[in-house]
Design a protein around this ligand. Structure first.
Ligand code: ZN
Length: 254
């Protein structure tokens, strides 16, 4: 990621200068989780993927002369489906929502133009929270929110077949994205052992499953980790970052 885009690595004067320019300034918030992702992927998988989406979006925004900073990621989120697996840290919807609203208030007070949410943690409780909080932020805080919601059909259609099938937790889709960004964090021996698991998580959710195990994922993964490739990961980052940039541009024009 562009060294001068990570807000946490900069002195306050760099942000002050950007905000004083009179041009709109965008803040991207990578939304992740600390959650079990099979025996082969790290607990930080969703943080890594969301930071990857932000990293791919940056040069595209730079090309359009849009000043953008990337915030430190949200590493804690509602993650009850994975709570039975060690290492998962699930927080309440209320706590997650409160943090997000406070971040938005802080950005608004400083003069940021848009808060962009780069989310890859598709736990239904988390997605619902992000949708509702986005509306509240726009209405009550008065800050524009660009939320590329990949669980909506319009955006989901652009992604891979496995993603669309709903067998999309720590499978080919997410494993490819982690291979592309942090290959050293993928346990290749465990990946080789991870048999195909075509069980659809989204169908299981709809039928009332409350945990990954109930949904047919005894090892916290669904889909086809063995088929993952770094090339697919890069392709998916391109598509996801395109969608995020499109949302940001639309909000800047609105
Ligand atoms: Zn994930």
């Amino acid at each position: 990621m562009n060294a001068d885009a990570r807000i946490a690595n900069l002195p306050y004067t760099a942000i002050q200068e950007a905000l004083a320019s009179g041009e709109p300034v965008v803040a991207i918030l990578p939304c992740g989780a600390t959650e079990a992702h099979g025996p082969h992927l790290p607990l930080a998988t969703d943080v890594i993927i969301s930071e990857g989406i932000a990293a791919f979006a940056l040069p595209k925004l730079e090309d359009k002369n849009i000043r953008t900073f990337v915030l430190p990621p949200l590493a804690y989120a509602p993650a009850e489906y994975a709570a039975e697996f060690k290492g998962t840290i699930s927080i309440s919807v209320g706590a997650a929502r409160a943090v997000l609203l406070d971040i938005a208030r802080s950005l608004k007070a400083q003069g940021f133009a848009v808060l962009a949410l780069a989310n890859s943690h598709f736990d239904p409780a988390n997605v619902t929270m992000l949708r509702e909080a986005s509306e509240t932020i726009a209405k009550d805080v008065g800050l524009k929110v660009a939320f590329a919601d990949f669980t909506r059909r319009k955006l989901a259609e652009k992604l891979t077949d496995e993603f669309k099938s709903g067998a999309c937790h720590a499978g080919q889709f997410e494993t490819s994205l982690v291979i592309a960004a942090r290959p050293e964090l993928v346990d290749e021996a465990a990946r080789a052992q991870a048999k195909d698991n075509p069980a659809s998580l989204t169908e299981a959710f709809a039928k009332g499953a409350k945990t990954f195990k109930q949904a047919g994922g005894p090892q916290a993964y669904f889909g086809y980790p063995a088929k993952a490739t770094g090339e697919e990961g890069v392709e998916t980052y391109e598509k996801m970052s395109d969608a995020l940039v499109e949302e940001i541009l639309a909000k800047l024009k609105s």
